[in-house]
Write a protein that binds this ligand. Structure first.
Ligand SMILES: [Zn+2]
Length: 101
């Protein structure tokens, strides 16, 4: 079972307490953008085999969104971090790099 640490309330939440929110760090396109950019934002997602950055909501806990870095094959969790960030913190990037070596 997937267990993620909620950085908002500090609880180690089991998968059944969480709701997946898809790919993290999407660049949003709205009114005024090209049709291709808007289509890409709405429908096109990466589906890599390996390290993924995802949005999760602690639905049956504090109710807040956060981001997680994990491996989609091994289910190894590299860490979780605030949803108000543009990229993963350096310590999580270091753990990802160490796992790849
Ligand atoms: Zn929480």
């Amino acid at each position: 079972m997937l267990i993620l640490h909620c950085p908002c309330c500090g609880v180690d939440a089991a998968e059944i307490e969480l709701t997946p929110g898809g790919e993290a760090h999407l660049k949003r396109f709205g009114p005024g953008s090209s049709d291709a950019d808007f289509e890409g934002y709405l429908f096109l997602r990466d589906n890599p085999k390996g390290v993924v950055l995802e949005r999760w909501r602690h639905s049956y806990g504090c109710g807040k969104w956060f981001l997680a870095a994990r491996d989609s094959v091994t289910m190894q969790v590299f860490g979780t971090y605030s949803a108000q960030t543009q990229e993963p913190p350096q310590d999580i990037l270091d753990r990802i790099e160490a796992a790849r070596a």
